[in-house]
Design a protein around this ligand. Structure first.
Ligand code: TLP
Length: 339
């Protein structure tokens, strides 16, 4: 099987498993796990932020951030297809009691003017707006990278209005690999940043939320409340730490493979895709000759797994466990159904 459903499907490498097996551990809820602490310190350092806290998932880091920035009844601003809104099970309403004001982005990116237009007058008829969320890279946008200048403009608009800023950086590593902008250059514009180790970096479990020491202290309370306190978590943190140190530099390969896949299938009949829009490891395209689910089912029977991400849309994601040869093989299998 050539598994292009997500970059979350990777298995830990032999070296990563060794690091996990040898990890020193302790009870992290009691503050005793040296490996979790090392991961948190190193993550904060890479992001140029004061502190970080390890959690089981990207969903939890995003939702803890939203909860820690707001109080029930507040409003937050997000892009309409933002993972935190679209794919996290309604959590902003359920866990934080906030309403979401949505901005229609272009491939997931929005402008400072759109933020200004979404602001509410300070008047007790309206919910107080507290937070702007940016997703980099943007998943449903097709792995889109935020240009640094656009982040700066959006951050300035949020600051003028006294709002906090959170970045869903589940794939910030990919954004940095593709743009050459170091993670910390993005992170410095945000009050909080969440990053995932279990996507492009290939670790089995975990994400971190970073920010000021005071913010992370507050976030720790909500992590506990949401059930994210883990005990000898050093076992999995060791995999994440290994991934952070060893797997960032290779992300360019995944990006080249994604572009290769896009170029290989774009000219096939029944596919609507501009390969130039593929900036990182996510390829999203329209299927015009049959329902997307049918194409996904046929590909599955031929040994290629992709996700139908809408009635006429398919997403394919490259990662650590797919080689360039497998991409060429996948293109050949697409061809069987699209000639
Ligand atoms: N995304 C998953 C699915 O939920 C769609 C995937 O396969 O891409 N932020 C972003 C931008 C994400 O893409 C994801 C996961 C998350 C947060 C949530 O991470 P987890 O799955 O660890 O909760």
């Amino acid at each position: 099987m050539i598994d292009l459903r997500s970059d979350t499907v990777t298995r830990p490498t032999a070296a990563m498993r060794r690091a996990m097996a040898e990890a020193q551990v302790g009870d992290d809820v009691l503050g005793d796990d040296p490996t979790v602490q090392a991961l948190e310190r190193r993550t904060a350092e890479v992001l140029g932020l004061q502190a970080a806290v390890y959690m089981p998932s990207g969903t939890m880091t995003n939702q803890v951030a939203i909860r820690a920035h707001t109080e029930p009844g507040d409003e937050i601003i997000l892009e309409a297809m933002a993972h935190s809104y679209f794919f996290e099970s309604g959590a902003p309403a359920a866990l934080s009691g906030v309403s979401c004001r949505l901005i229609e982005g272009r491939r997931g990116l929005f402008t400072a003017e759109q933020v200004r237009a979404a602001l509410r007058p300070r008047n007790y008829h309206f919910p107080p707006t507290r937070l702007v969320c940016v997703e980099n890279t943007h998943n449903r946008g097709g792995g889109t990278v935020w240009p640094l200048a656009q982040v700066e403009q959006v951050a300035a608009a949020a600051r003028e209005a006294g709002l906090a800023l959170h970045m869903d950086g589940a794939r910030l590593w990919n954004a940095s690999a593709a743009s050459g902008v170091p993670e910390r250059q993005y992170a410095r514009h945000f009050d909080s940043v969440s990053v995932c180790f279990s996507k492009g970096l290939g670790a089995p479990v975990g994400s971190a939320l970073a920010g000021t020491a005071a913010f992370i202290e507050r976030a720790r309370r909500f992590r506990k409340m949401f059930g994210g306190g883990m005990r000898q978590a050093g076992i999995i943190a060791a995999g994440a730490l290994y991934a952070l140190e060893h797997h960032r530099a290779r992300l360019a390969e995944d990006h080249a493979n994604a572009r290769r896949l896009a170029e290989g299938i774009a000219a096939m009949p029944g596919i609507d895709l501009d390969p130039a829009t593929v900036e990182t490891n996510i390829v999203i395209f329209r299927v015009t000759s049959m329902p997307a689910a049918d194409l996904a089912a046929r590909l599955k029977a031929a040994g290629v797994l992709v996700l139908a991400s809408g009635p006429d849309a398919i997403r394919a994601v490259t990662h650590l466990d797919v080689s360039r040869e497998q991409i060429d093989e996948a293109v050949a299998r697409f061809k069987q159904f699209l000639i």
